[in-house]
Design a protein around this ligand. Structure first.
Ligand code: B4P
Length: 189
């Protein structure tokens, strides 16, 4: 079973939710660029100051900032035996930068979570009420979906054309049912 896994999918598909469960099951670190960037914003670091406004608008943070952040994280000892990437790479440029990086061994498998757009928007609006995240309002959600389609979706062709298998998983349903599909997909790989 692959231990260098990437979760791909639109905002609201449940990447963060499933990645947390799977990282625990595999015993590898869960590396979420969204979480790391929100921590930088909360701590008021230079990176956080530059990233905050872009994130609130639903735009991507510049590649060089995110790539440096992930390269540093992957160079830590706990990532030596595997990792679960969530939210990175977000475009082909970031994927190429990761491949060139000496910090981490290459991704072995990509899990693509799919959910219909109406459900994505509902989930994120619900989270807006529960968590109050800056980027979970309707305008920004639409923008994040647009950015996903133009920047991130090309990765769905990129990985198989570079010899990395991609498995599509239906993200609709209860969290534990989706997780059972994730485990099943990895077990058969
Ligand atoms: P992320 O934190 O990655 O945000 P996201 O794509 O919206 O996904 P998230 O993981 O939060 O949501 P999930 O689908 O798990 O990025 C935020 C911003 O950071 C980006 O817009 C960008 O500005 C910046 N950024 C991050 N990475 C970057 C990069 N590499 N390069 C440049 N910029 C970057 O879950 C959504 C909701 O659904 C949750 O509330 C969850 O509880 C709920 N949910 C999950 N599973 C469910 C289920 N089965 N049923 C019902 N609800 C469910």
């Amino acid at each position: 079973m692959g231990r260098r896994v990437l979760f791909l999918g639109p905002p609201g598909a449940g990447k963060g939710t499933q990645a947390t469960l799977l990282a625990r099951a595999l015993g590898v670190p869960h590396i979420s660029t969204g979480v790391m960037l929100r921590e930088a914003v909360a701590e008021g670091t230079e990176l956080g100051r530059q990233a905050g406004a872009l994130m609130a608008a639903g735009d991507l943070v510049p590649d060089e900032m995110v790539v440096a952040m992930v390269a540093e994280r992957l160079s830590r000892s706990d990532a030596a035996c595997g990792y679960l990437l969530d939210g990175f790479p977000r475009n082909v440029e970031q994927a190429d930068a990761l491949d060139r990086s000496v910090a981490g061994d290459a991704i072995e498998i990509v899990l693509l979570l799919t959910v219909a757009e109406d459900e994505l928007v509902d989930r994120l609006l619900k989270r807006a009420v529960e968590d109050g995240r800056d980027d979970d309002n309707e305008d920004t959600i639409r923008r994040r979906l647009e950015v996903y389609r133009s920047e991130t979706e090309p990765l769905i062709d990129h990985y198989p054309s570079h010899g990395v298998p991609i498995i599509t998983i239906d993200g609709l349903g209860a969290v534990e049912d989706v997780f059972a599909r994730v485990v099943m997909a990895l077990a058969h790989e």
